[in-house]
Design a protein around this ligand. Structure first.
Ligand code: ADP
Ligand code: ZN
Length: 612
């Protein structure tokens, strides 16, 4: 089997995402890797796919039991032989797992860093071949990161204790160079392939609000997101308690999470959230690491967090399934003071740090806070600001943040997009590439020297957007780039090319909505093609039916609903309405194993929906 066929057969996905394939190939070639990808980008696939192909066991080091359980449940649902060793297992489960490992039936074994060096664990590792050690949340190794865990420092000793050194693959979402260097050094990575993928999460809408009444603002957001799951982050335990109490009193299905609760209550509340029994969780930053829940539709920061790093990680827990999601930061001047206080009175008296190091940490923390404050006060594109902070060079205007959306209108820009994309296609047919300016010139019938000398005036797309205002045309092009329909290769003279994603638009299989600044002049109707919502009422009702079907199955199997199919998969079913098992297999997220297990159930539901 190939990585591609594993991806399709077990995980049900057609294509690798950015970076995944490179990392996988490198691992399969026997090389160490360090993958730096934002939350939700798909790090797990990068070690799960090669684990299936390597001869021997893959040990996945993971910080939290809940995370392990979640991943193992998801893998088993996909037909991948996986297990976890942790303290929540009964004796019988424990010995059954050991048996399965020894007999080679397990391909992926999850374990906490604390367990690695125990005699029992090392004993088993001695009897089998360990092909790879994958380190999840690898920033826990670094004391410069936000979640330093000294037990992660034992991983290198574990590697040394193995009879043969396996491939080591480390993954994190933290992008700073010092953390990256720490990871490489402290794990003893051997000339690893370091791969940083794009940090953009196009499906997340960034919002900053400075409301007079935060609670009222929160209610507004909750009403807008009815029936959807979301996280509300607060800075302090006290705040968390207050907000949770108010919401419960107002009739919301909310629960809470912070370090002051008993471990039992924390686990129970987290479970209730993951299983959709409570749709809202109010939490401090203690919540979230290892939460893989893919259908979080919104994240609200009730207080400004302490850094952009923390913000991006926490807010990034929204929209993992790729569906539209909203991240709102409710900012007030008081948040700045509170954060200052927390930095100065930080009781993280890390015994490993000298006085000077502690001072350095504090001044770094203050710098990070400043950057966070600047973010809250921006009037230009929020996404651009985030991406610049993480070292990227994004387009100026994203069309999907509260600043870009101010005084804007959402239009169906499918027709415009098609015109633009097909113009890029026509240029490519001539064996050429052009930049944004020339492209817009062609579309607007400008007979410039560059155009005439290239013969572009003969293209069928020459002048087909003559009536669209130039600024709007450019905005649409930029949004197509930021959403990945067009690629802007960054040469000396950046040129545009189509991506695979563009096909669906050109073939009229995908509609594109965009929020664009309102036009001054009146537009004729033909130009916009009218407005339209992403999911019409019909689709929505089918989606709800599919969700209920999924819920019933989830109850029966006792797994969280999204582990059966994600919302993104259900939405794909709504769009394509498969008629046969074969068509069902073409749905994103439906692999062979899940097809056998659930395909027929969902087919029947879709068929009977179409009949009525
Ligand atoms: P991370 O660990 O980087 O935060 P995950 O590994 O949890 O992200 O992946 C996020 C989501 O993206 C999951 O639902 C996963 O199944 C999905 N995913 C990963 N790779 C792909 C892919 N190539 N195509 C489609 N979906 C993918
Ligand atoms: Zn923007």
């Amino acid at each position: 089997m190939t990585p591609q066929s594993i991806l399709k057969e077990y995980f049900g996905y057609e294509q690798f995402r950015e970076g995944q394939e490179k990392l996988i190939q490198h691992i399969l070639g026997g090389g160490d890797v360090l993958g730096i990808m934002p939350t939700g980008a798909g790090k797990s696939i990068c070690y799960q796919v090669p684990a299936m192909l390597l001869c021997g066991l893959t040990v996945v080091v993971s910080p939290l039991i809940s995370l392990m359980q979640d991943q193992v449940a998801a893998l088993r649902e996909a037909g991948v032989p996986a297990a976890a060793l942790h303290s929540n297992l009964t004796a019988a489960e424990y010995y059954r797992t050991l048996d399965a490992i020894r007999s080679g039936r397990i391909k992926l074994l999850y374990a906490s860093p604390e367990r690695l060096l125990t005699e029992g664990f090392l004993g088993i590792m001695d009897t089998i071949a360990v092909a790879m050690v994958a380190v999840d949340e690898a920033h826990c190794l670094s004391q410069w990161g936000q979640d330093f865990r000294p037990s992660y420092l034992q991983i290198i000793d574990f590697l040394k204790a193995l009879p043969r050194r396996p491939v080591v693959a480390a993954f994190t979402a933290t992008a700073t160079q010092s953390v990256r260097d720490d990871i490489s050094f402290l794990l003893g990575l051997q000339s690893p392939l370091e791969l940083v993928t794009g940090f953009d999460r196009p499906n997340l809408q960034w919002r900053v609000e400075q409301p007079r009444d935060k609670y009222a603002a929160l209610l507004r957001i909750l009403k807008k997101n009815q029936e959807k799951s979301g996280i509300v982050y607060c800075l302090t335990r006290k705040n968390t308690e207050e907000v949770c109490e108010k919401l419960c009193a107002d009739g919301f299905a909310a629960t809470r999470y912070h370090a002051g609760l008993s471990p039992e209550e924390r686990t129970a509340n987290q479970e209730a959230f993951i299983r959709d029994e409570k749709r809202i969780i109010i939490a401090t930053n203690a919540f979230g690491m290892g939460i893989d829940k893919s259908n979080v539709a919104f994240v609200v920061h009730y207080n400004m967090p302490k850094s952009m790093e923390a913000y991006y990680q926490e807010a990034g827990r929204a929209g993992r399934d790729g569906g539209p999601a909203e991240c709102t930061l409710l900012y007030s001047g008081q948040d700045v003071r509170l954060n200052h206080f927390l930095i100065e009175n930080s009781d993280e008296n890390n015994p490993l740090l000298t006085e000077q190091q502690k001072k350095d940490v504090q001044s770094k923390d203050k710098e990070r806070l400043q950057a966070m404050v600047r973010y809250c006060n921006r009037t230009d594109c929020l996404r651009a600001s985030i991406l610049k902070y993480f070292g990227e060079n994004p387009p100026k205007h994203c069309g999907n943040c509260s600043n870009c959306l101010t005084d804007s209108e959402t239009i169906d820009a499918t027709l415009e997009s098609q015109k633009i994309l097909s113009c890029v296609y026509r240029v490519a047919q001539k064996g050429r590439k052009c930049g944004v300016r020339t492209l817009c010139d062609i579309l607007q019938k400008k007979e410039t020297q560059a155009i005439l000398s290239a013969g572009y005036e003969q293209l069928t797309t020459f002048g087909i957007m003559e009536d669209t205002p130039r600024a709007r045309l450019e905005q649409i092009v930029h949004i197509l780039v930021s959403r990945g329909y067009l690629e802007l290769d960054t040469g000396q003279y950046p040129t545009l090319s189509l991506t695979i994603k563009a096909n669906a638009v050109l073939r009229n299989q995908k509609r594109i909505q965009m929020a664009l600044p309102k036009l001054q002049a009146e537009r004729s109707k033909s130009q916009t093609g009218g407005t339209l919502t992403a999911e019409g009422p019909v689709e929505e009702s089918l989606f709800q039916i599919l969700r209920r079907t999924r819920e019933k199955l989830a109850e029966r199997e006792y797994v969280p609903a999204y582990i059966i199919f994600t919302d993104a998969t259900l939405r794909d079913m709504c769009r394509k309405k498969p008629k046969t098992m074969e068509e069902m297999l073409s749905i994103s997220g439906v692999g062979k194993y899940k097809l056998d297990k659930y395909g027929e159930t969902f087919l029947k539901v879709i068929t009977s929906y179409k009949e009525t």
